[in-house]
Design a protein around this ligand. Sequence first.
Ligand code: UD1
Ligand code: UDP
Length: 371
Amino acid sequence: MTALQVITIVGARPQFIKAAQLSEALKRAGHEEFLIHTGQHYDLEMSRVFFDELPIPEPDVNLEVGSGPHGWQTAQMLAGIEEILLSQPADYLVVYGDTNSTLAGALAACKLHLPLVHIEAGLRSYNRQMPEEHNRVVTDHLSDLLFCPSHTAVSNLKKEGIVRGVYQVGDLMHDSIVKNLTLAEAHSRILPKLRLEPGQYALVTVHRADITEKRGRLQALFQTFEKIAANGLRVVMPAHPRTSKALQLLGIAPVRLQLLKPVSYLDMLALEKHARVIVTDSGGVQKEAYWLGVPCVTLRTETEWLETVASGWNVLVGCEDHLIIRAVDKACPGKTRRDAFGDGRAAERIVAILSELRGHAARKSTDSQEL
Ligand code: UD1
Ligand code: UDP
C-alpha cells in the first residue's frame, strides 16, 4: 500500500492536543503528514509547550499569522494555506474543531478541490453569537469526510442534511487523556509546586469572548471567584492570555484567586484530576472533567457537549453569581458515565477510514458511506 499524503492544519491549543493523537496514528500506519501551523496561538505556553510534550511533529510551515480581527485573521490564514496547497500534493486536508484556523483550512481545501476532512464534526451550540458556531457550520457543510465524536454530533449533521461521509469514531481528546493521564500523574509537579491538596481546590478556566469582551460580566465573575475563595475553597486559574489582557485592561487584580500563566497539558491534566470542582467556559475542559469524574460547573447557558450534562457531571449556570456559588458548593459526582465519546481509539479508526477511502473521499463526486 502506498503511503497517504495528509496535510494538517493546526493553530490553537486544543488542536495541538487532538492532532498529536492522529499524527502518531498516521505515522504508525506509514503515512506522511505535512503540518501547517497558522500561528493563531504563538505564546510559548499556548503553542511550543504542546510540541515539546506531545507526539506532534514540528510544523513544516508556520504562517505566523498571529492575533487580529476575525476577518483579517481568517483571510491571512486562507491566503497562506492556499499558497502552500498549490505546490504540495495531498490526498486529504485535515482540520480540527471550530477555530478560525479550521475555517481557513476548510475554505482553502474547498477552493482547490482537495478532499476535506473535519475532525470533531457535527458539534452545535445553536448559539450564532459564538464565532465558533459559524466556523463549525461552514466547515461541516464544506467537508467530504466528517468524523464525529458522539451520536449527538451525527444527529446534528443529519438535521442539516449532511449524511454522506459521516462517521462516528469517538473523540481524539479521549484518546489523548487515556494515553497521558498516567504520564501526568507520574511527571507533573504542579500540585506540590502550588501547595495544593487533592480535592481541596477549584480549578477555573475562562477564555470565551462572551465573557472577556464584556467588562461588567468579567468584573462580576471575578468578584464571584473571590467570594468562593473567601468562603474557604482555594481557587486556581491558569489564565488564557486573552483573559489576562482583559483583566489588566480593566485593572482587575484578584487577591484571593490564584492566577497562573497557561500550564502545560500534563500539568493541566494533573490539576483537573485532583480538583474538587472545575469551573470553566472551555469545551475541552468540560469533557476532560467528565472523563476524569470531576464535577464541572460551566459558565455558559448552552453546551455542545450535551452528554456531560445529561449524566449529571456538568451543570450549566451561565455567569450568575448566586448560581455559580451554589453549584460550586453543591458540586458532587454525577450518576453514571458512559463512553459517550468513544473508547479512546478514535485515531486508529480515522486512519483506517482514510486509508480505505483514499481517492474516493470526495463527497461531491462519489458515493461514500451513508448513515
Ligand atoms: C480560539 C478559538 C476558540 C478556542 C480557543 C482555544 C477562534 C474564533 N476561537 O480562541 O474556539 O476555544 O482558541 O484556546 O478561533 N493571545 C495571546 N497569545 C497567544 C494567543 C492569543 O496573547 O498565543 C491573545 C491575543 O490578544 C488574541 C486573544 O488572545 O487577540 C484571542 O486569541 P484568538 O486566537 O483570536 O482566540 P482565542 O480566544 O484563543
Ligand atoms: N489546557 C492546557 N493548559 C491550560 C488550559 C487548558 O493544556 O492552561 C488544555 C485543556 O486541558 C484542554 C484544552 O487545553 O485539553 C482546552 O483548550 P481551551 O480551553 O483553550 O479551548 P476549547 O477546548 O474551549 O476550544
